[in-house]
Design a protein around this ligand. Sequence first.
Ligand code: EPU
Length: 342
Amino acid sequence: MKLQENADLRLHSTMRLGGRARWLAEAENEADVERLHDWAKQKNLRCLMIGQGSNIVWRDEGFDGLIIVNKIMGRVILAEDKSSVIIRVGGGEDWDGVVAWTVENGWSGIEFMSLVPGTAGAAPVQNVGAYGGEIADVLTELAALDTRSGSFGTIIAGACGFAYRDSRFKSQDKGRFMICNITLRLSKHPPQPPFYEALEQFFKQNSITDFTPATIRQAVIAIRTAKLPDPKKVANNGSFFTNPIVDSAAFEKIKSRYADVVGWPQPSGSVKLAAGWLVEKAGFKGVHDTETGMATWPAQSLVLVNETARTTADLLKFKEKIVNKVQEMFGVVLQQEPELLP
Ligand code: EPU
């Protein structure tokens, strides 16, 4: 385990902004995590675990503590029967690599989340979801170091506080747990329609009627690459805002002024609005903001892109412009989706 001092956090965020970390080290197993956590505790330093930084915005002030980069690998089959398989995956595994592996094996459950950037260990934090699937649907439990007690433990899915793009790891227990591995239950039966609208359209257009994890993965990859920038080439954090959920009265009010508003009714009676649509309507489709060096991605306005921004302050200034305009026009306050750390 090598400790790096004064590490550049821009290399640990796909938005490529932010300050420096006093210390940074990679953990390859649970023992490393424990040792590093103890070391930080002895020195009275704060300690945070991260994956690939695909959903992190670092503050310009940086982090005056220890960052542990999760590099815990491993993919094992824990149990299997005729209809399902239970797998355990190291938290440092590349998420899409895991998806590709499960699809090659013909297992269904996470193929909808193909090409989502980041690590397996980070996926439960924001309850990663795409094209009609989310990790809460398949996660059975995870193992984590509880920094409060200093010991490892298992947290079952029901205790993760999963909700749309949310979990206890992102809200009341933010920063408390270091997720070392996750356990998923996948199905050996092929996925069944109806699928997410964009997938249905893709299948129709391409005359695909054979629905397997592999054909779903191919479709998701085709749709995502057409709509979303590759974080390896373009600095971004994916969706920068969550889709806001408003009550039906607020939705009707918006609809009376904007008949083409995009919203999905929720079981609770409220309506989930398409944040991408709100951003677009507020005048931010394909904009390049010269003041901040930020832009929106032309094919998906929900994705903010760092073109020439130098600081997180630039990014937050651009974000404020969007949030303020959307609030002024629709009375809706957009919430940032990537975590602002520390
Ligand atoms: N829309 C617009 N303009 C836009 C973008 C979207 O009008 O610029 C409207 C369209 O009507 C479109 C609808 O919004 O049909 C939904 O768009 P899309 O299918 O792209 O989904 P989204 O709600 O904008 C969510 C996730 C994405 C995920 C897609 C596909 C959130 C915050 N984002 O976006 O996740 O890939 O669904 O399932 O829930 C991410 O989290 O980083 C991410 C990319």
